[in-house]
Every structure is written in structure tokens, then in C-alpha cells.
Design a protein around this ligand. Sequence first.
Ligand code: G6P
Length: 366
Amino acid sequence: VLAEKGNHRHFMEKEIHEQPEVIGRTVSHYADAFENSVHEIAGLDFRSASRLIIVGCGTAAYAGEISRYWFGSLARLAVEVDIASEFRYRDPVFLPGDIALFISQSGETADTLEAMRLAAAAGVQTLALVNTPHSTIAREASLVVPTLAGPEIGVASTKAFTSQLSALACLAVLAGRHRGHLDRAQEAGHVVSLLASPGLMVKALEREGEIEALAQEIASHPTVLYLGRNQNFPLALEAALKLKEISYIHAEGYAAGELKHGPIALIEEGLPVIVIAPHDALFDKTRSSIQQVASRGAHVIAITDPEGARALEGEAASIITLPKGSQLTNPLLFASAVQLLAYHVAVYKGTDVDQPRNLAKSVTVE
Ligand code: G6P
């Protein structure tokens, strides 16, 4: 495949902007836009599952972490998420009724492949959520659930991540139906929101100019903190990873509720603290974290939605307002904003965005 950048400076930028199309394609694969339901998947039955084990590396593992909140709340399905290099060497416990899901863009990551072989050898059903259909992981899995992101060239994953999230959201809805925790109307509500995500993502990406304007300020700091609660916690981890990977700025993601257990000691005048703060059920708690770090001098950048923006007026130094999403679509929208932020910081610093130092697109050896 001869990939072209088109009008974009970098593949990463192109791939960020492809996301509305990519998530639309992935959701359309799993969901029926006339029935507002998700399709059955031959060979996949969550009814008798006792636990879902999710394994991946890097960004793929963070997609899994986010979906843990969905499988729990939509389907009451216990989920264990692990990074592949830990999972495969910790002599993992398998239980009757386990299903194991391996997430990989390339389908060639050595640790993820070996983790999958371990689960298969223990007699556990192995699902592979992969973006590369002819990859080794896809070939060896007992069942493939595809992401339809198309080839991803930028080393730092963007569209593959949101494509993984889109597919995982559909699988969580399927699990919710299988396990009797979603009725017809609830399922339709989730599917309608997922089908609306490409349009919302287009709107989110329109904030690029404002995000770019923050890049210079962030680029002058040696460290950046990202905070989020609930499903926004793993998204904060992914946001920090993106910034580290391409701008080489040290960044940490933290659960906002853990602030007082350590990271608050780092707060000093001007430290950029980026808070993922949609106006969801835990908004007030996130808001209080914002007040705590702002009162200690942090430069708070809140990424929120219109309702959150009104509440945070005067409390956060900078506010990026994304469209209002749902439990399942918010991580998609917020992901695009933190990707753009990392991208523009890196461009400002002049790093090699598509080929960051020391990193490989696919880690096929240990
Ligand atoms: C490398 C890439 C990351 C990716 C990770 C897992 O570290 O640089 O972007 O998230 O591998 O790759 P996979 O292909 O298994 O998703």
C-alpha cells in the first residue's frame, strides 16, 4: 500500500482527521442503523461468560482499560485488563467461563501474541480485536473481531485506538443484551449515540485551532499531568502516552481521585494540568480536583463539553469545549482532542512526529 499524506504535514495529522470516517465504518460493521441494535457475532456468546480477560500493549491496552468500564456497567461482566508483557509472565489464573480478548493494531506484537497462545493452551476462547486481518494474531485467534481503521502509518496510534474503542463499545452493548442487562430501548439508545459519533467527532476536531494555540505554552514545560476519573482515567493515561511518544515531554496520567495520594505534591506555579472533564455523573468530583490544583498554581486546561464549560468558567485557565457525547462516545471525542494537543506540541518542538526516536510501529521482538 502506497500511503499518501494528501494535504497533511504528517501521517499522524491525516490519521487524526480520518477518525470520523473510521469510527463510522467500524460502528456500521457491528451495528444495524435501521434496527438500532448490534449484530450477533457467530461464535461469540457472553451469556455464560464468567469473566473477560483483555490483553494488549501500549495504546491497545488503554483501549481495553476504557472498555472495562463499559463491560462492567452495561453487561455486569467482570473484566480483567493486563498488559501483555506482564500477563504472560505472571502465571495467570484462568477460570471456567473465561473469554480472553487480545487487542492489537498490527496483530504482530510479540508479547500480545504469546499471551494469546498462553490463553489458547489453557483452553480459553481467544478473541482478537485487530486492525490487520492477515496478521499472525488474527490467524491464530479462535475468533477475529476487526477494527476497520485502514493502514495506520504514524507510529503513535490514533485512528486505530478510536476504532478499537468503537468496536469495544459495540461488543459491550452485545454483552449487555446477551446478559439481560440492556433492554431494547437501552440498546437502541447506545447504538444511536454510537452512530452519531462521527458527526460529533467532526465537531470535536474543529477545536484544532484552539488546541494548537495551547501547544506553545505546554512545549515550554518539562512535565505535564493529565487527570481523569472513571473511564477518563485510562484516557488520561493514553493522553500522557501520546505526549511522551511524540513530544518527548514527560507526562503522567493519574486518576483524579488519587491526586491527594501523591501527584498533588508535584503541583507548582504554572505546571500544566490537563483535566478530562465531561459533564458526567462524576463531574463535581473532577471539578473539585480542578479547584485543588488551580489553587496551588497549576495551569489547568479543562477538556469538557458545553455544560462543563459553563460550570468551569473562571476555574480553569483554559477550556476546550467539545460537543456533548455519551458514556460510549465521550472517550472517542476526548481522545481526538488529546491527540491533537500532543501532535501540535510535537510540531511546535520540531520532533519527527511520524517516526519518533527509539519507537517502532510494531514491536515484534521482546
Ligand atoms: C507500539 C506502538 C504503539 C502501539 C503498541 C501496540 O508500541 O508504537 O502505538 O500501541 O506498539 O501495538 P499493537 O500493534 O499491538 O496495537
